[in-house]
Design a protein around this ligand. Structure first.
Ligand SMILES: Cc1cc2nc3c(=O)[nH]c(=O)nc-3n(C[C@H](O)[C@H](O)[C@H](O)COP(=O)(O)O)c2cc1C
Length: 213
């Protein structure tokens, strides 16, 4: 069952409850890069969950900072899993989370901005997922991905962080649903945007659809 509280290895999964109308049962996995259980990133992720649940979807949060996922070992001549198709270190939690992402209909990637990039824990997972899926093309291919960068300091680095995640999505053959940058002085209305984007995503809207205007 997707819609229940459980944990994968060392990774905490936090699941919302599907309650309202929409595309019942759409499964959305939030890949979270924040190490904190309170704070700006957390509040933004809370808004994303609310949007999914209000649309009738199911939501699972994977907190990468709570896992022990190692960095890519850059096997072989550098191509490693991209050629062999298997990550030989996958039992550190990578395989289980990869399966969770594969089992999802759409993905939300939400990270604090650290030095203009994603958090290191999220980056380690995305690096390995990109290599795995380069070979298999089964985890993210054709899926909608909502990208959220939370720059809670100077506010600098949102664009580079979003660009880093965009490049990952393009290599993984995913569709970018939207890009949202949040900072300290816009988080009131950006959190609303996150919630509404998550609602739209869980309602089945896709990159390329035209919304009436
Ligand atoms: C190592 C490190 C680097 C950071 N780099 C940036 C940065 O480039 N730009 C920025 O606006 N904030 C930066 N911050 C602040 C984080 O973005 C901020 O903590 C984040 O928005 C999440 O807020 P939260 O920690 O309350 O969830 C950095 C924080 C840390 C710990």
């Amino acid at each position: 069952m997707y819609n229940q509280v459980y944990s994968i290895g060392l990774c905490n999964m936090m699941i919302g409850k599907s309650t309202m109308k929409g595309m019942i049962g759409v499964k959305i996995c939030i890949l979270s890069g924040t190490p904190k259980s309170k704070g700006l990133s957390h509040s933004v992720i809370k808004g994303a969950k609310q949007g999914v649940v209000e649309a009738g979807g199911q939501v699972a949060e994977v907190r990468l900072c709570d896992t022990e996922i190692e960095r890519c070992k850059v096997c072989g001549n550098g191509w490693g899993a991209c050629v062999t198709g298997e990550c030989e270190y996958g039992d550190d939690g990578f395989n289980e989370i990869k399966e969770r992402v594969k089992d999802s209909d759409a993905i939300i990637i939400a990270t604090p901005v650290y030095w203009g990039e994603t958090s290191e824990a999220l980056k380690s997972f995305l690096d390995r997922l990109r290599r795995y899926d380069y070979h298999h093309k089964e985890v993210l291919v054709g899926k909608q991905v909502l990208l959220i960068a939370v720059a809670g300091g100077s506010g600098n680095g949102i664009l580079t962080c979003l660009e880093q995640m965009e490049r990952f999505c393009r290599h993984a053959n995913a569709y970018i649903f939207d890009y949202i940058g949040v900072n300290r002085w816009n988080n009131d209305y950006k959190k609303q945007a996150v919630k509404e984007a998550s609602f739209a995503l869980a309602s089945g809207r896709k990159n390329g659809d035209t919304v009436k205007y």
